[in-house]
Ligand binder design. Structure first.
Ligand code: C2E
Ligand code: MG
Ligand code: MG
Ligand code: MG
Length: 286
């Protein structure tokens, strides 16, 4: 057991805590290596209109671990967010998103899609966030109006003035904004009208119990009604059943995302499924 002593303060470290701490530290350094070695990739999950047309995709981070295989964000995003690592990692995500959007310009179908990217608090708060993203957009040639940043309520509310300022600066360039996991946060609705928002994403925990839980039905109906009044689009995430989809459609939901319609998939798979019919390739002569 380790004992640290400074002045009168005596502090005992529980060995179990030390195990947990070193696991975290280890993961943090693994993530650093992973970023350097190019082990991160994006999966894309399509978003559909009520009529089933694809209108956009959400970029979801994945870690291709050499031994563990494909690792989901739940396993590592928290540790990245608690360290400075989320800043370069988040920048990598944005750079990759911009490259995709730029590349899709050449495709009549893909260039119509919006691309949504999740942004973490520490990343958004960094003083040069706007400048960095502006540079990425400029250098890649990506159409800024196809890029949507997903911010959570708690991110926005932890510093409303900073959030509004940054959102307006990026909005001027064409970037759009969605509130992610809507309904799970502080539910302070006053701020909504002050933000240059395009969409609300209803959290999937509400969607999950639609038709079974009277209270979740009411929450979802209320969000949809409010969004209509505020002239915001609503995206429902985690749509898994036909019942959920028809409830949402009945109450005027605009955009649908979830396993019922499509799972997140590798970029190549999405391009093959929703892109243009592949051109006949000339057979390679050897
Ligand atoms: P999120 O932004 O709310 O993303 C939606 C999550 O729901 C994704 O999980 C997606 O795979 C999952 N999902 C989609 N449809 C369904 C469904 O029908 N049922 C269920 N049960 N789940 C569904 P994923 O990819 O594991 O991502 C989890 C979270 O990690 C995201 O939640 C987001 O907060 C965070 N995240 C993902 N990528 C990034 C990133 O690039 N940067 C940051 N900062 N956070 C990210
Ligand atoms: Mg999201
Ligand atoms: Mg969400
Ligand atoms: Mg989330």
């Amino acid at each position: 057991q380790v004992k640290a002593q400074r002045g009168n303060a005596v502090c005992f470290f529980d060995p179990r805590m030390q195990v947990a701490l070193s696991a975290r530290a280890r993961l943090e350094s693994d993530l650093q290596d992973a970023l350097r070695e190019g082990q991160f990739l994006l999966h894309l999950q399509p978003q559909f209109t009520r009529d089933g047309a694809v209108v956009g995709v959400e970029a979801l981070l994945r870690w291709q671990h050499p031994e563990r295989g494909l690792v989901l964000p739940a396993e590592f995003i928290g540790v990245a967010e608690d360290s400075e690592l989320i800043v370069p990692l988040g920048r990598w995500v944005l750079a990759s998103a911009c490259e995709l959007l730029a590349r899709w310009q050449a495709s009549p179908r893909l260039r119509e899609l919006s691309l949504s990217v999740n942004v973490s608090a520490r990343q958004f708060r960094s003083p040069d966030f706007v400048e960095q993203l502006s540079q990425l957009l400029l250098r890649s040639g990506a159409p800024a109006h196809r890029l949507e940043l997903e911010l959570t309520e708690s991110l926005v509310l932890e510093d409303v003035e900073d959030s509004i300022a940054k959102m307006h600066q990026l909005r001027t360039k064409g970037v759009r904004f969605a509130v992610d996991d809507f309904g799970t946060g502080y539910s302070s609705l006053a701020y909504l009208t002050r933000l240059p928002l395009h969409r609300l994403k209803i959290d999937r925990t509400f969607v999950h119990h639609l038709g079974e839980s009277r209270s979740d039905d009411v929450v979802v109906q209320t969000i949809l009604g409010m969004a209509r009044n505020l002239d915001l689009e609503v995206v429902a995430e985690g749509v898994e059943t036909e019942e959920q989809r028809s409830f949402l459609a009945l109450h005027g939901c605009d955009v649908y995302q979830g396993y019922l319609l499509a799972h997140p998939m590798p970029v190549e798979a999405l391009q093959a499924r929703y892109g243009d019919a592949p051109q006949a390739q000339p057979t390679a002569a050897h």
